[in-house]
Design a protein around this ligand. Structure first.
Ligand SMILES: NC(=O)c1ccc[n+]([C@@H]2O[C@H](COP(=O)([O-])OP(=O)(O)OC[C@H]3O[C@@H](n4cnc5c(N)ncnc54)[C@H](O)[C@@H]3O)[C@@H](O)[C@H]2O)c1
Length: 482
């Protein structure tokens, strides 16, 4: 793994006001994020010692409250509504809050008057550097993002920088922030990335499975009542030739009936890490009484939410490359730069999709309506199903209306998956809780395409084609030139 993740990281954030450090000599994971950044709440004995023992790490104190820019507190829709509902948990820890779904969610929850802390190791930004990738949209540093949010809304977002696979770090964040809910986005989330080579496959499973295991232990040890909202994926189910239920299926076998976890047929080392996570969470709900919601999310598209639109420094990332880009986002960028839409194989691969504005809504609904102690609740989090060919058709039509010359081509499928299959997945539980979906419409496609056109000069066309093959994965580390 060292070729992949070992860099020496010297962090000098401008807002550090009070450094506290002791020799760092422990690193269970070769990630570069061996720093614990605590916010103002966390400058306490808890932050610098663990059960009386000093932490063996560099600990930096970051005062995210005393930000220099002027606050322009404004009343935002939904904020007062939430604050009146005293039953809702107030303190939400967003693990992976610097990422695509996590950043949008952190802002949305902060806007809704939850007290939010972001926990992130920035390993996602490191992947970009290592693979020579970049977001279509310029994205600001986390410090700039948080300062801008504070200046626009007057709301603080606390920040803890570190790797959740480091249990001492995670323990301190729990003791310092005392979350009522933890939303866990903090995983390596690309199937192709997990299939590059042995080291990335091992990293993905170690990062995801051990990180989630640590979160479960942290809840048990420090915040027993805390509700875990964990991002899983619809990809855990695979593509069975029967309807996909929400988490559980009732089966009658040899005259006896039981309701059992729905069978999982994951199709990459990444998807398998999610299955392992789900099993570990379900077990701890049963064994320790943890309350958890597993959100089996579909493929997310779009970039704008009410909050990220407020200022360019709040912009979310938008991946279009063959490793991290998701289907619809990629097609829009391909159309914008005149690249043929890359349909893998026959294009009949059908999946659940949702707008990023619905991701943030779903997470808020899950937090506001927590699972009961001991309950392992599963929601299928998507709003519509499309095949790859459906998406290619929609983007082609929308592109033509904008005067773009769009065509789709079939490229050899780098994945091992059914290219024509039955797919019908249930997704009613979030609707029952009040989800109001933003369905994919012509106007949304227009705006996504216009967005891609606006940033098309930033597109590196060499990153568009898929380069990672499921069948050619090898033990030998593959260095990808930047
Ligand atoms: N984007 C999608 O279409 C999609 C679809 C289904 C499920 N999901 C799930 O949603 C979650 C978020 O996805 P995303 O697209 O925002 O991913 P992302 O890569 O943009 O964000 C993940 C964030 O987690 C952080 N992270 C990773 N490992 C960490 C660790 N050990 N400690 C601390 N921080 C860590 C990364 O630095 C990054 O900021 C993932 O769990 C993913 O599997 C995403």
């Amino acid at each position: 793994m060292t070729h992949l993740l070992s860099i020496h990281c010297t962090l000098k954030p401008s807002c550090i006001t009070k450094p506290y450090y002791q020799p760092y000599n422990r690193c269970s994971n070769p990630c570069p994020t061996s720093l614990l950044l605590c916010t103002s709440r966390s400058l306490s004995k808890n932050c610098i010692s663990h059960r009386g023992k000093p932490l063996r790490r560099h600990t930096f104190y970051v005062n995210s409250v005393h930000l220099t820019q002027e606050s322009q507190t404004q009343s935002l829709s939904g904020a007062s509504q939430v604050s009146n509902e005293s039953s809702k948990p107030k303190r939400v820890m967003v693990i992976g809050g610097d990422g695509y779904c996590g950043w949008a969610t952190a802002l949305h929850l902060s806007n809704k008057n939850y007290e939010v802390a972001i926990v992130d190791s920035f390993v996602r930004r490191l992947f970009d550097h290592q693979l020579g990738l970049d977001s279509l949209t310029p994205i600001s540093s986390i410090h700039t993002r948080i300062r801008r949010w504070k200046s626009l809304t007057g709301k603080n977002i606390e920040l803890y920088i570190g790797d959740i696979c480091d249990f001492d770090f995670l323990s301190e964040t729990f003791k310092s922030f005392e979350p009522d809910s933890v939303v866990h986005f903090g995983e390596q989330r690309s199937a192709p990335y997990s299939m590059i080579d042995r080291s990335r496959a091992v990293f993905t499973q170690k990062n995801n499975v051990l990180g989630t295991l640590n979160v479960l232990f942290a809840i048990k040890e420090f915040r027993e009542e805390c509700h875990l909202v964990k991002l899983g994926t619809m990809g855990e189910y695979g593509t069975p030739n029967i309807d996909i239920e929400e988490g559980y299926i009732t089966i009658t076998h040899n005259g006896r009936t039981d309701t059992l976890p729905y069978p999982k047929q994951a199709s990459s080392f990444y998807h398998l890490s999610k299955v392992h996570d789900s099993n570990n969470i379900a077990f701890t709900c049963k064994a320790w009484g943890i309350r958890a919601t597993d959100l089996n999310q579909g493929v997310v598209y779009g970039v704008r939410t009410d909050e990220t639109e407020m200022h360019e420094e709040l912009s979310n990332r938008f991946d279009y490359d063959g490793v991290f880009g998701t289907a619809l986002n990629r097609f829009c960028v391909q159309a914008a730069v005149g690249h043929p839409l890359t349909v893998y194989g026959k294009g009949g691969q059908t999946r659940g999709y949702l707008d990023i504005r619905d991701t943030v809504q779903c997470v808020e609904l899950a937090i506001a309506n927590p699972a009961s102690p001991g309950e392992f609740r599963v929601f299928n989090q998507f709003t519509e199903q499309f095949s790859v060919n459906d998406l290619a058709r929609l983007v082609t039509n929308a592109g033509e209306k904008l005067g773009l010359d769009v065509r789709a081509i079939s490229v050899p499928n780098p994945r091992v998956e059914a290219e024509e299959h039955y797919y019908n997945a249930k997704h009613t539980k979030l609707i029952e809780l009040g989800l109001k979906p933003h369905l994919l419409s012509d106007s949304l496609l227009d705006s996504l395409l216009n967005f891609a056109i606006r940033f098309k000069d930033r597109v590196d066309t060499t990153q568009i084609m898929p380069t990672v093959s499921w069948k050619k994965i090898s033990a030998k580390p593959k260095t990808v030139a930047a």
